[in-house]
Design a protein around this ligand. Structure first.
Ligand SMILES: [Zn+2]
Length: 141
């Protein structure tokens, strides 16, 4: 299947729509993420909150884990929508770096302003598998 890649604004709009997938029962802070694969497919997710709070999962990681579970391994961009254009948290930066590397990140807020940054800007000194001794580790390609 050949799929056309979305533009920055189109991907940001998908993230904005994905806020409706959010289960933000406790914070009411709805986040949407739209993760694009190199083949142009888009996986969307919202944040999912738990009554235990600590088990809450951000939209970025829900999207990434969902994509990985579906067999996707290469990503070209991610858009994240929040009411105030917030950046991904530290845990999401680690996971996005590990599985997507230095991709563009589009942040969109309630007034549909889109800010573009890169994972390298968010996460300039990452810990990843290149820091581990050479042996079998990491995720399967
Ligand atoms: Zn996060």
């Amino acid at each position: 299947m050949t799929t056309q890649s979305l533009s920055k604004d189109e991907l940001a709009a998908k993230a904005q729509q994905a806020r409706s997938q959010s289960i933000a029962t406790y914070s009411d802070y709805r986040v949407g993420a739209a993760l694009q694969t190199v083949s142009g497919e888009v996986i969307t997710a919202g944040n999912i909150e738990s009554s235990t709070f600590g088990l809450t999962l951000c939209a970025e990681r829900v999207a990434m884990f969902s994509a990985l579970a579906d067999g996707h391994r290469k990503f070209s961009a991610i858009a994240v929508a929040t009411e105030n254009g917030a950046t991904p948290c530290g845990a999401c930066r680690q996971i996005l770096w590990e599985f997507a590397g230095d991709i563009p990140v589009y942040l969109i807020n309630d007034t549909n302003e889109v800010t573009e940054l890169s994972m390298g800007e968010f996460f300039p000194h990452p810990f990843d598998s290149s820091k581990l001794p050479e042996k079998e580790h990491g995720h399967e390609e």
